[in-house]
Write a protein that binds this ligand. Structure first.
Ligand code: AVJ
Ligand code: FE
Length: 369
C-alpha cells in the first residue's frame, strides 16, 4: 500500500485492534461469554459486533463482498438485539470469534487497497474524507469503552498499562469560567470527520452563565449523599463512616479529590440543585469548552435532551443517531478516562437514559449570571 492516507488508516486500524485485544488479553473464554449485567453485553458480543460492523461497512458495503457467515449479522444488530438478550444469542465464541475478527480485518485491508480516492473531493460520501474508515475507528474505540464498563464488574481484572489509568488529582485554578451573553457556534464545522448528530454547524444565542472549571469531586458528592440520604454512586460501599470504591472485585479507599463517577442524570441533576446550581445545557458546555479544564476524566451530564440540530440529515444510517432523538435520552459531553482521545472533540455528543450509571458519567455544575 503506497498511498500515505491509506497507510495511515491501516496503521490506526491496527492500533485500535491492539487496544481492543489488550483489554481482553487477561480474560478466559468463560469471562468473555459471561453475562455480568442485563445492562451490558457479554464481551464476546461486543467483540463480534466490532468485527461485524467492520465487515458490513468496510467489506460488504465498500468492497461489495459477501459476508463470511451468511446472515449472522442479524445477531449483532444493536437495535434488533437489546443488551439483556445478547447472552443467549447464537453468536460466535472462542476460536471462531477470534478467527472472525482476523478474517474480516484481512479483507478490510484488501478492500482498502482497492478503493478510490479518500480525499475531501471524493464522490462517494462514504469515502469522502475517509468517512467510513473514521466511523469504523470511532466505533471500535467506543465499544472498547463499553467493554471497560463491563470490566468494572470482573473480579481481579487488571487493565493493561496505559488503559484505564485513573485520572490524577484536580489542578488548582479559578473555581468557574464566565461566559458572556452572545452568539456561539455549535456543532462540527464542514469537512473533517463527525457523526451526523453533530451537524449542521449553527449558531445559538446564549444568556450569560458560569460553569465550573472542574467536575464535582468525590468529597462534595459524599457530603450530598450524607446530607440528603441520596444513594451513593455505583461501586461505592460504606465502611464505618467513610466510603470505599469496590470495582473489579477490589476495595480501595475513595479518593476525595477525584471526580465523582458512575452517577445517573437524575443524581447529577439532584446534586446540582442541592448545591444551588444546575447542569449546563449542551450548548453552554460546548460554548465554554475552550476554557474548560479537565475534560476527559468523566463524561459530563447536561440538562439537554438528545435532539437533532437544525438541518440534520441521517448519515450513513438512521440507527446511529436518528432513532434515539427525543426526550428519552440526555446528552453527555466531553469524554472519560476510558474514552480514546481520538474520539473526543468539543462537538461530540454522547447520550444515555437518565437513570443509567454504569457509564463513566460525572457532573459539572453551571449557573446563570
Ligand atoms: C454513542 C455510546 C450512545 O453505544 O449506543 C456504538 C455508540 N453506536 N455502536 C452506543 C455506538 C453504535 C453509542 N453511544
Ligand atoms: Fe456498535
Amino acid at each position: 500500500m503506497r498511498d500515505p492516507t491509506k497507510d495511515a488508516i491501516a496503521g490506526r486500524l491496527a492500533e485500535a485492534r491492539r487496544r481492543t485485544l489488550s483489554l481482553i488479553e487477561p480474560l478466559d473464554e468463560a469471562q468473555l461469554n459471561r453475562v455480568y449485567s442485563p445492562l451490558l453485553s457479554p464481551l464476546a458480543w461486543d467483540l463480534g459486533h466490532i468485527a461485524n460492523f467492520e465487515e458490513l461497512w468496510l467489506v460488504q458495503t465498500i468492497g461489495d463482498r459477501e459476508p463470511l457467515h451468511g446472515d449472522l449479522g442479524r445477531f449483532y444488530d444493536a437495535i434488533e438485539n437489546p443488551r439483556r438478550t445478547r447472552g443467549k444469542l447464537p453468536i460466535l465464541r472462542d476460536a471462531e470469534l477470534r478467527a472472525y475478527l482476523a478474517d474480516v480485518r484481512e479483507r478490510t485491508l484488501e478492500v482498502l487497497d482497492e478503493v478510490g480516492d479518500l480525499g475531501e473531493e471524493a464522490e462517494d460520501p462514504l469515502l469522502r474524507g475517509g468517512f467510513v474508515y473514521e466511523m469504523l475507528l470511532a466505533h471500535e474505540h467506543q465499544h472498547c469503552e463499553t467493554m471497560l464498563q463491563l470490566l468494572q464488574m470482573v473480579d481481579d481484572y487488571e487493565a493493561p498499562t496505559g488503559v484505564g489509568a485513573a485520572a490524577g488529582p484536580l489542578p488548582d485554578g479559578p473555581e468557574a469560567i464566565s461566559v458572556p451573553a452572545g452568539e456561539h457556534a455549535i456543532g462540527a464545522p464542514p469537512g473533517g470527520f463527525a457523526y451526523d448528530n453533530e451537524r449542521r454547524h449553527h449558531t445559538v444565542e446564549l444568556s450569560a452563565f458560569e460553569i465550573d472549571r472542574l467536575p464535582v469531586d468525590n468529597a462534595a458528592y459524599a457530603r450530598f449523599v450524607e446530607e440528603t440520604g441520596a444513594a451513593p454512586p455505583m461501586y461505592w460501599e460504606r465502611v464505618g463512616d467513610g466510603w470505599v470504591r469496590a470495582a473489579m472485585g477490589r476495595r480501595e479507599p475513595l479518593d476525595p479529590d477525584l471526580p465523582v463517577i458512575h452517577v445517573s442524570w437524575r443524581e447529577a441533576d439532584a446534586f446540582a440543585r442541592w448545591a444551588g446550581r444546575r447542569l449546563p445545557t449542551e450548548q453552554e458546555w460546548e460554548a465554554a469548552h475552550d476554557g474548560l479544564d479537565r475534560v476527559g476524566a468523566v463524561w459530563e451530564w447536561t440538562s439537554s435532551d438528545f435532539l437533532s440540530y437544525p438541518g440534520f440529515e441521517a448519515f450513513p444510517y438512521p440507527e446511529y443517531s436518528e432513532v434515539f432523538f427525543g426526550d428519552e435520552y440526555r446528552v453527555l459531553r466531553g469524554g472519560s478516562w476510558a474514552t480514546d482521545p481520538s474520539v473526543m472533540r468539543p462537538s461530540f455528543r454522547n447520550w444515555d437514559l437518565p437513570q443509567r450509571r454504569q457509564i463513566f458519567s460525572g457532573i459539572r455544575c453551571a449557573r446563570d449570571t
